[in-house]
Structures are given as structure tokens and as C-alpha cells.
Design a protein around this ligand. Sequence first.
Ligand SMILES: O=C1C[C@@](O)(C(=O)O)C[C@@H](O)[C@@H]1O
Length: 263
Amino acid sequence: MGERAVSIGRDPSGPRGAVVVGGPHGAAPCRIIVPVSAPGPQTLAEEVRALAGHPVDLIEWRVDALASMAPDEIARACAVVLGEARRPVLATVRTAGEGGAASLSDTGYARLVAWLARRADAVDAEVARGDGLEGGAAALIARIHEAGAVAVGSHHDFSGTAPEPRIIDVLRAEAEAGADIAKIAYAARGPLDLLQVMDAQMWARTGIGPPVIAISMGRAGAISRIAGAPLGSAATFATVGAPSAPGQFRAEQVREALDVMEA
Ligand SMILES: O=C1C[C@@](O)(C(=O)O)C[C@@H](O)[C@@H]1O
């Protein structure tokens, strides 16, 4: 287990191409994901274009950063991001309970996620949202798969870090719900929190199946963002423009660090 590789990109020969995440431990490189979080279509177009020339493997579009969540505005922004992107796009609707800006009912969230899954290359699925849905997180992820996108299971806690067994349980629950990639992010209140997250990642990389992204947010957790493949990290988030979470480094800094860690 833990050797699974996931190809992200619904049209590998198209302008956004495809990127493989995960694969054999040690050999599979950690991918760099850069968020774009402009408030509207015009500024998003500029933000996506500005990624050219930077070491970006995947683009994360933070849908919740839009100034208006009206369906027309989301559709316009989506067309711009997918049209301008030259890397596969992961669409993320981060809800207020998990550190984002989207205030949606569980069914409204599921509807938007399914809509995005018919367009984007991959979609983030907050597994906790599944609790309020018929069929739970597994049904949410099944809708993403039916729509032809890769599902990234996620869980975020900006208030602190859970004990390691709980972190492993969350990653396992994401995998059991059908996520192609399992991701967690916890705020580090100190170095011991970082170690809980890193230990959980190293256990999960062989124990649960899908590639794992485990992030310890904030200064004390910074090493988790550059640990790379040797410590079981399938991908990491880095910035070109504005950061989307505490402790993110610039994409160039991460590229250099990963080159050292993965040499
Ligand atoms: O899940 C994550 C990870 C993240 O929270 C981070 O800490 O880098 C940044 C978010 O944009 C992304 O959706």
C-alpha cells in the first residue's frame, strides 16, 4: 500500500496537461501546488498568468476567495481560471468552519463541489461536510468521480493539532471514503505538533493507500512544507502571490529545498 500514483488532468494533451501525484516512496517527487485567490475573474486571469515561469506543478483555485459566490460569477471565474491555466487545476471551496470564506449549507457545498468536478481537473472534498449529507463523504467523493475529476479528501484545523492516532484516523477515513489523495492540515502550536503530523504522514504513506499531503501550519510546522518525498509528502502548498495559509514559503524556495531533500 501507499505506492498509488494519481494522474491529475482531464485532458493530458490539452494546454493544462497532466501531473502525476504519488507513486513509489522515495522515487515519486513531491509536487508544488500554488494557490490563486483573487476576488474576481479579471484579477484571477492576471494571477494565473503571473504563474508562468515559476516552479508550479498544480494550481489551486480558492473558489471561496471570490467576492461574489453568485452562480454566474463562479461560472465566469471558472472559465477564466481553466482557460488561462497551463497546469492542472485543483478547485477548492474552503468553508468557514475549516479556515475559509465560504458559508454554505452542506447540500449547497455538495452541489458546488459537483459543479466544479465537471470542469476542474481535481476538486477538494472536506470530509467533515459529508456528515450532513446523505451517503456521507463517500457520496460526495463518488459525485466528484462521476464528473471525471480527481478527489482530494481534506480536513483542516486552524486552532491546533490533534493527537497522532486521531490524525491517522482522519487520513484513513478520507481514504475509505474514496479520496484519491488524502490531505490534512493542522496549526502547529509548537514543535511537538509538527512531529505528530509528520509521524502520521510517514505511517499513512504505507498504511492507507492514497498519496498523502500532511501539513503542519505556522512557523513551528514549516519543515512539513519542505520535507518532500523522503518523509512521505506527495505535494506541498507554496506561494507566488498571496499565501493561503500560515507558514507557506515561496514556490522558488520550496523548489530549491525539495531539490536538496530529494537529491
Ligand atoms: O489544504 C490546503 C493546505 C493549506 O491550508 C496550507 O496550509 O498550505 C492551504 C490551502 O489553500 C489548501 O487548500
